[in-house]
Design a protein around this ligand. Structure first.
Ligand code: GUN
Length: 294
């Protein structure tokens, strides 16, 4: 079994980005600037957004964190989005999800200028991704593709099973793994909460990507020997032995499954750090006025 070390790989990619930013600085070019909007004070969202902002600082990119009270109206949030759309200093921005119930997240996502939508969530960008046109790939799937590439994992002809059909991870991931390119050329099965006999399907996976938000859901009896596993789950559970007061749990029962796997991402330190560097890469592409074609 080999660990797919997302933390280490993300650090390597950050070094590469830092060199790129330093070159831009030397040439007197504009430094890419990412803005993140956080509504409310959900602990997990605050941690993720802070990690994104900190990563920008680390590589020498500019970042702005815009915090809004959770009582902000949908209209006020849409005004803020429009302000960021118009702000020439900002190359790309994200609105951290989930949003409070009184705000329609689809409306907010659609209000973001597609050329600044570094999350790759806007319908235009999703459409371009489906048509294999250059676009911003959603950060988590993009991070998984980069891990596959950096660890030279064979994908052609493999059976890739995706568990979870969310519009930000499962759905785009299934599409990307079926593309006629590398990483890709997989036969993909997209499974979800209504799938019958899930374990029978996951047992046939050569590559298993799990993003459903149910801690330790995948157990050893659900996988075959030699499987490659990407665990996207990050559920917080209270844990007094931890300084933070909580422990992160993946969707895969790691200690149970790891021995059977050829490659596996740990939680934390697997997919999470790769998601953040993917956002940085998308921001650089936004600053250059380009999009990613994988
Ligand atoms: N919430 C969970 N993941 C993400 C993400 O990648 N982007 C945004 N904007 N919100 C999220």
């Amino acid at each position: 079994m080999q660990i797919l070390d997302g933390k280490k790989t993300a650090e390597e990619i950050k070094q590469e980005i830092a060199v790129e930013i330093s070159n831009l600085k030397q040439k007197g070019k504009k430094i890419p600037h990412l803005a993140a909007v956080l509504v409310g004070s959900n602990g997990a969202s605050l941690t993720y957004v802070n990690a994104k902002v900190k990563a920008c600082e680390k590589v020498g990119m500019k970042s702005s964190l815009i915090r809004l009270n959770d009582t902000v109206s949908e209209e006020e949030l849409l005004e803020k989005v429009e302000e960021l759309n118009q702000d020439e200093q900002i190359d790309g921005f994200i609105v951290q999800l989930p949003l409070p119930k009184h705000i329609d997240d689809k409306k907010v996502t659609e209000a973001i200028l597609p050329s600044k939508d570094v999350d790759g969530f806007h319908p235009w960008n999703i459409g371009k991704m489906l048509l294999n046109l250059p676009t911003f790939l959603p950060a988590t799937p993009y991070g998984i593709l980069q891990l596959i590439e950096r660890y030279n994992i064979e994908t052609t002809g493999k059976h890739c099973v995706v568990v979870g059909r969310s519009s930000i991870v499962g759905s785009p991931m299934a599409n990307l793994m079926s593309r006629n390119t590398y990483p890709g050329n997989c036969t993909v099965t997209l499974t979800h909460s209504r799938t019958v006999n899930l374990a029978e399907i996951t047992r046939t996976a050569d590559i298993l990507i799990v993003a459903l938000g149910k801690p330790e859901f995948i157990t050893a009896d659900m996988v075959q020997e030699g499987v490659v596993i990407f665990d996207v789950g990050i559920t917080r559970k209270p844990d007094k032995s931890k300084k933070s007061g909580y422990k992160l749990h993946g969707d895969v029962n790691y200690s149970d499954v790891a021995e059977k796997a050829a490659f596996i991402t740990p939680v934390p330190g697997g997919v999470g750090p790769m998601t953040i560097v993917s956002l940085l890469k998308n921001t650089i592409l936004a600053a250059k006025g380009k999009r990613k074609k994988f």
